[in-house]
Design a protein around this ligand. Sequence first.
Ligand SMILES: [Fe+2]
Length: 466
Amino acid sequence: MSITVENSSTYITALWEPVADEIEAVNLEVIGTIPTALNGRYFRNGPNPTPGEQVDHAWSAPGMLHGIRIADGRAQWYRNRWIRTSFLDHPIDNGQQADAKDLTNHNCNPGILHHGGKIFATADAGFPYEIGPELDTVGACDFGGRLHTPMNTHPKIDPVTGELHFIGATRTTTPYLTYHLLSPENNLIRSEVIDLPEPAQQHDMAITEHYVVFYDHSVLTDAAMKAYTTSPFSWSDTKQARIGVMPKGGTSAEVVWFPIEPTFVLHTANAHEDAQGRVVVEVNRVTRENWDLGFARLGGAAPTTGALDMRNPVPESYLHRWVLDPKTRTVVSSRQLDERAIEFPTINNDHVGRDHRYVYSIAYPRHDARDTSYSIVKYDVTTGNNQELSFADTAVPGEADFAASPEGSGEDEGWLISLIHPTNGDPAELWIMDATDIGGTPTARIKLPRRVPYGFHANWIPDSDL
Ligand SMILES: [Fe+2]
């Protein structure tokens, strides 16, 4: 990649190599036609050390947002901005710290979402930061002083009630986990401590119509690791991994814990209840081997076995489904749904917590060379008739977010939007694809004025939601 290395970090290089400045450009060139029904913003968060800053793990660098504004059939602007956290100027520990000392002081680099008319950048280690529609940082948000724990990166918004469910985890002080509920208007209306014996890493969770789902899995936070340059997580071979299912409105005592095979759940695809009232949880499951390889790619300790294949920039994981029966308290089934190494599972958000047919994901080369391409995958989890858009080794797609068509009602009627990163270091493009057929010619390709570092999560923010 023909990029000047501004930052000499061991791992934040190549695809992840940071940009050194904030820019903006207007009236972007478009190949194809942007649907006039598509009005909103695509915001993407990711780690971007400041020039000269040393970080050795992608999870530890300050967050930068890249945003593209789409309206009236035009790509009106692109801009990028560091999130103005207190961590940006005064980094402490490792950016993943969550000791309730100063919950504004964290990296804020993985998540981005919108709820109740506001946009929030999220991380597991502290308060969310409110972001303005022009990508400016409004400030840390503790919901009127009511939140006293971090907010996890991936809360879940119930599409029927409009409520937002989230968790807050700390790693050196108890309680290790607290469940919270926000009203549709962003009022914090409930907080419930969930008893955990150890501080498992907490990044995601799930909801169904009647339940909240927690992961008490094989990766623990390590209170002893406080160096800024490392990330404080480690795999435990002795811990019994579990999935917890709590009735909405319930308490910690009502959580049914289901033992599962050694697992780290970084991301939920979705969960729902089937006709028998069983809880179906679909995630991208990280195994021990995947953890060793993938965590090393992001900057963790080098694997003890196997080659470190840097073509896959994220932890390798596979789409997996558990069926759990709260009545009999048994794991009905556990099944890997596909062999692809995926990350960033997304769905039509109108189906969060309800039955879904389609899961969108990014697939990466597998360490065992079973797959060597980057692609966007559209899983049909009902028929198994999956569709793939391959970029071979020429470009790496970022999280593909689904934007529903205002004229459609089908689950996949709308567009898939993804930031495409050429592997030769050329400027990025934002692709808008017909979600009913992702393999066709993209509906529109928006040409950005610069290379964009690879990053974590994205969010399509329709104007109608702000
Ligand atoms: Fe995430």
